[in-house]
Design a protein around this ligand. Sequence first.
Ligand code: WQD
Length: 338
Amino acid sequence: MSVLVTGGTGYIGSHTVVDLLNNNYDVVIVDNYVNSKPEVLNRIKTITGKMPKFYEVDCCDENAFRKVFEKENITDVIHFAGLKSVGESVQKPGLYYSNNIGSTLTLLKLMHEFDVNNLVFSSSATVYGVPDHVPLKEDDPIGGCTNPYGETKLDIEYILKYETSMCSKMNVAILRYFNPIGAHKSGLIGEDPQGIPNNLMPYITQVAVGKREHLNVFGNDYHTVDGTGVRDYIHVVDLAAGHLAALRKLTEKPGLVIFNLGTGKGTSVLELVTAFENANNIKIPYVICPRRPGDVDENYADASKAFKEMGWEAKLNIVDACRDSWNWQKNNPKGYDK
Ligand code: WQD
């Protein structure tokens, strides 16, 4: 009885694998290392004392992926694998559609072939597009995504809705993440973006470690508390716990369920910078720059449904995340590279 974790050596995937192993699940990881490193497996072993089964496979490669289902007794799937750079998706929309949607269609085909009926899908708050109000609830309108990355998440949600409506045996939990930050308290695993970080927190930690000269703040003329973008920053350890809560929810055979995974609180760019500086006693120099295309003013969750229906809520806060993100970065100034 194993949980198959696609993309399990990635940032959120690796934190979820640690939580699964610590809760005595058997784990099989499938990953092609497009945005991660083999060293992550060693770190997972160091943290948990267990080495998960691993297959270096591209989820779009049906024949190779089928061999995993043939060899392993898979009962549940958590599907993280996918390209996730908003900026890159604008440059390479075709790659994002073929990879993110193609890998999911291949996974679904194999799940049906091997009668695997429980799926937790890694979606994103970006499916809400440009929200006309906050906080966002799961039944708020979706669509109007501002980039192909978000469109792929939206399209996959539609595919999963049809799948569960046509196959009564399938149970699917769609988890809409807000903004994951932080790292495991050991500092052994964390966010390791390739090249220039797209996201705010890894850029801040690279400034703190001296890899970047200053932070570029993309716009201070938004309709927010201080003019900078407001987001719902959720600690990745809380996010991982949300996946185990979803697995438990699927044992109730709920069909299709959708949950926002966020803290329910909005934090501006400058508020996050200040929290990081105070938590770690480090100055983060920044420069105000023009807005980044596609950014929205505010985006944060109403996470009450996840608490009501799964008993899950975020337990860690912004200060914990700033401390843990820095602990990871200062102990791994080059990420997983030596
Ligand atoms: C946050 C805020 C920026 C970088 C995206 C995806 C979402 C999820 C998380 C994958 C914004 C500002 C950022 C910088 C800045 N991805 N910023 N300087 O865009 O809210 O969400 O990443 O799961 O699906 O949409 O996250 O961290 O890029 O930006 O000022 O160098 O920080 O303008 O206000 P975003 P982000």
